[in-house]
Structures are given as structure tokens and as C-alpha cells.
Design a binder for this molecule. Structure first.
Ligand code: ZN
Length: 244
């Protein structure tokens, strides 16, 4: 399995970069986790439109779905050009029926409903879901293939459910949006220390921090995570490649 970071910002994209999103590849299949602001322009430096096999959407906040509309325009244009021969599936929960309905568009993308605590075969991947704790309904994803596993927490506060869900994964891609001085003041997200605790309690091999704040010294998030987690910790960065 190969993971490529498309973007790593929380809330909005930092200049010239994209919000948190990842390309996960196995056996020539390309699965994209979240599709927020500036994701498409970065993704298209890596893949052509007809090579995008499926999308996973964690929740319907703009920094996770902002580029779905332009993805649909790209798919429509490439269908008209004869480059795209089937709709691109976009997997997401349907707790928000209005937002879910927007994922299906003119036969070029198709919304595919995800349930909580369920597993799906998507290309070569087994994708499992776990609800997180966030102001809107949100799903974390565990993606497995060829005996390897990566967990994407998506957006969440601390929840013990993610410790069980992430157990034994090779890589944990955790959101880490909150500096220690804002713990308890900024809701719906994890501190670096909590991301480290999640990694430690889950027994994962490696921790990657994403959904990063645009302000402050982000190395503090790494240092905080290392207080709890004995394995390697790093900040996600554009076009970072993780092989597992
Ligand atoms: Zn969110």
C-alpha cells in the first residue's frame, strides 16, 4: 500500500496547498480520502481524472468536501472527451441526506452510502468505519490491503472507540489541530498529546499528524505527541509518501 499526502491543513488551505486529504494506492487502484479545498488541483499533479477510482468522504464540513463540485465538473468534461467510461463512486455517510444527495451528479459521480461500524470492499481495499466525536456526524476510516492497515481518524475529539478501531494498524494518520494552551477551549479536535496517546494505546507502528493549524509552531504538536507515543511521529506534508 502506498499513501501520498495531498494536503494536511485543517479548516482552510494554507497558501498554495490543500486541506487534509490522502491518496491511497494498491494494485493500481487509487482511493482518495476526503476532497476539501485545493485537493483537486494538487491531486491532478499526481493522477489524471480517469485514474481516480473512488473517494471516501469523512464528513460534510467544507475542508473535507469543498472540491467535490469541481471534481464532478472535471469528471463530466472528461466523460464528454471520452476519457471517463464509468461514474466515480464517492463513499460517505448519509446522516445528512441533503449533502449525501449532492454526491451523485449527472452520471459522472455516484454517492455510495457508508454505515457506521461496517466494512466494505472498495477495489483491493477493505474499508471499515467508526463514528467520531465532532460537531457534525463524521466517520473515521480503517483501510486494509495485503496484510497492512492504515487508520485515518478524520475530525474528532478524544474517544475510546478510536483506540479499539485503530488497534495494531501500521500507520495512524491522526488529526492534531489543537495546541496545549487551547486544550478544552477548541472543541471537536485532538491535541498533539491526545494523538500520541491514541497511537500508544492502539499499538500502531507510526504516527502521522494532519489537519494542522495554520498558526503557531507545529513542531510543538510533534513534541506533545512524543510525550505519549514511543514510535516515530511526523507532520504530514504535501506529496509525502508512506509505504507499508
Ligand atoms: Zn470537521
Amino acid at each position: 500500500m502506498k499513501i501520498t499526502t495531498i494536503g494536511m491543513w485543517g479548516g482552510y488551505p494554507e497558501k498554495g496547498e490543500a486541506t487534509s486529504s490522502f491518496l491511497v494506492e494498491q494494485d493500481g487502484f487509487s482511493l482518495i480520502v476526503d476532497c476539501g479545498s485545493a485537493v483537486l488541483s494538487t491531486l491532478l499533479t499526481m493522477k489524471d481524472v480517469h485514474e481516480l477510482d473512488a473517494f471516501l468522504i469523512s464528513h460534510y464540513h467544507p475542508d473535507h468536501i469543498a472540491d467535490v463540485g469541481v471534481l464532478q465538473h472535471a469528471a463530466m468534461i472528461h466523460k464528454q472527451l471520452g476519457n471517463l467510461h464509468h461514474p466515480i463512486p464517492i463513499y460517505a455517510h448519509a446522516q445528512d441526506s441533503v449533502e449525501f444527495s449532492k454526491l451523485s451528479y449527472k452520471g459522472v459521480t455516484t454517492g455510495m452510502e457508508l454505515e457506521a461500524y461496517a466494512s466494505y470492499s472498495i477495489g483491493p481495499f477493505k474499508v471499515s468505519t467508526c463514528p467520531t466525536v465532532h460537531p457534525v456526524y463524521c466517520l473515521a476510516f480503517r483501510i486494509e490491503a495485503a496484510g497492512k492497515a492504515v487508520v485515518f481518524t478524520a475530525d474528532t475529539e478524544w474517544t475510546d472507540a478510536l483506540v479499539t478501531f485503530s488497534q495494531g494498524a501500521n500507520v495512524l494518520v491522526s488529526e492534531s489541530n489543537v495546541y496545549p494552551q487551547y486544550a478544552g477551549k477548541i472543541q471537536g479536535h485532538l491535541t498533539g498529546q491526545q494523538a500520541g496517546l491514541l497511537a500508544e494505546q492502539s499499538g500502531v507502528e507510526r504516527l502521522v499528524l494532519t489537519h494542522l493549524p495554520q498558526y503557531g509552531d507545529r513542531e510543538i504538536l510533534v513534541a506533545e505527541a512524543k510525550k505519549e507515543f514511543s514510535g516515530p511521529v511526523e507532520l504530514a506534508y504535501t506529496k509525502q509518501q508512506i509505504l507499508l
